[in-house]
Write a protein that binds this ligand. Structure first.
Ligand code: UFG
Length: 330
């Protein structure tokens, strides 16, 4: 009996596979390697290179493997790109999930944990954000993730599927061993970009806006370590395997840091001056996103281990200082 991790060569997927294998689970990884890296896949996982929109490939996998439950990370996840190329997001995220659920129903696999996002909330009315707060996405990416949640709900009613949606806030950090870490092309996320300045692959960081209604004028985010996210997926899967019902959980630390504060912590961790220049706001950035993760703590027994930004950035730096070009060999 195995756990199928779709998108297991990506950033959060690969870290979850490492934690599953560490916990002694039998793991099958499927990934189309469009944005993931084969080198990120744990050597003990059985790997299938496939696209979730390929029903035939999914059928072959479900016939070859005895799957207990699915963890689904396979999606496009860049907010900016989702605005310029929305149909890519409907195709990969919504159509892909539809084909996946068709295959799961056909093969009698009925438990799924999947990546949702804080972007389902849009501009929050208050922080910390609760799972019951209004969901009004302000970008296409968040909209496809919310629609995926809704698709799961209807399929659950019709076919008895059980799902958990995990709404991540700002995923960051790297495996403490430094073997795997964050690598996107292009990179758009704050912490990797800051650390690319420190490792010499970029000259400076642009701070997108310093006129927000926050303590220093820069945006506030809730940074949560990727290993803590990985643990939450395992807890959510076990919750479903033990008979838990459909559910939605926020995953964050419940503490906000401004962009300037993150840069300052990175300066102290790396010892590099990290030049920063203020530039215009980035379209669609909410001023503040902070999670209430009380529900994940109470229902799943989730206990984030990395609640200190210094330690989080130290793990990210271990990866970025030793892999200046990510998984690409230069
Ligand atoms: N930022 C900069 N300069 C940069 C990059 C980012 O100032 O070069 C700022 C952004 O404006 C934002 C903060 O740093 O205020 C964090 O930005 P990220 O791009 O790292 O993360 P986001 O908060 O925009 O996005 C994250 C996830 C998305 C998810 C979103 C939910 O990466 O997948 O949270 O709102 F959709």
């Amino acid at each position: 009996m195995a756990i199928l991790v779709l998108g297991g060569a990506g950033y959060i997927g690969s870290h979850t596979v490492y934690e599953l294998i560490e916990a002694g689970r039998d793991v099958v990884v499927a990934d189309n390697l469009f944005t993931g890296f084969k080198a990120a896949v744990h050597p003990k996982a059985r790997f299938y290179q496939l696209d979730i929109r390929d029903r035939g490939a999914l059928d072959t996998l479900f016939q070859a493997e005895k799957i207990d439950g699915v963890i689904h990370f396979a999606a496009s996840s860049q907010v900016g790109e989702s605005m310029s190329d929305p149909l890519k997001y409907y195709d990969n995220n919504l159509y892909g999930t539809m084909v996946l659920l068709q295959a799961m129903v056909a093969h009698g696999v009925n438990k799924i944990v999947f990546s949702s996002t804080a972007a389902t909330y849009g501009e929050p009315e208050r922080v910390p954000i609760l799972e019951t707060d209004k969901t009004v996405p302000t970008n296409c990416y968040g909209n496809t993730k919310l629609s995926m949640e809704q698709m799961m709900s209807w399929v659950s009613q019709a076919h008895g599927l059980k799902y958990v949606a995990l709404r991540y806030f700002n995923a960051c950090g790297a495996h403490p061993s430094g073997k795997i870490g964050e690598a996107h092309d292009p990179e758009t996320h704050l912490i990797p970009i800051i650390l690319q300045v420190a490792n010499g692959t970029r000259k400076q960081i642009s701070v997108f806006g310093d006129d927000y209604p926050t303590k220093d004028g820069t945006c506030v985010r809730d940074y949560i370590h990727v290993t803590d996210l990985a643990q939450a997926h395992i807890l959510a899967l076990d919750y479903l395997l033990n008979g838990g019902d459909n559910n939605v959980f926020n995953l964050g630390n419940g503490v906000g840091f401004t962009v300037k504060e993150v840069i300052d912590v990175a300066r102290s961790v790396t010892g590099h001056p990290i030049p920063a220049v203020v530039s215009p706001r980035r379209a669609g950035d909410p001023a503040q996103l902070i999670a209430s993760s009380e529900k994940a703590v109470n229902v799943l027994g989730w206990k984030p281990q990395y609640n200190d930004l210094n330690t989080i950035i130290e793990t990210a730096w271990k990866w970025h200082s030793t892999h200046p070009h990510g998984y690409e060999e230069v």
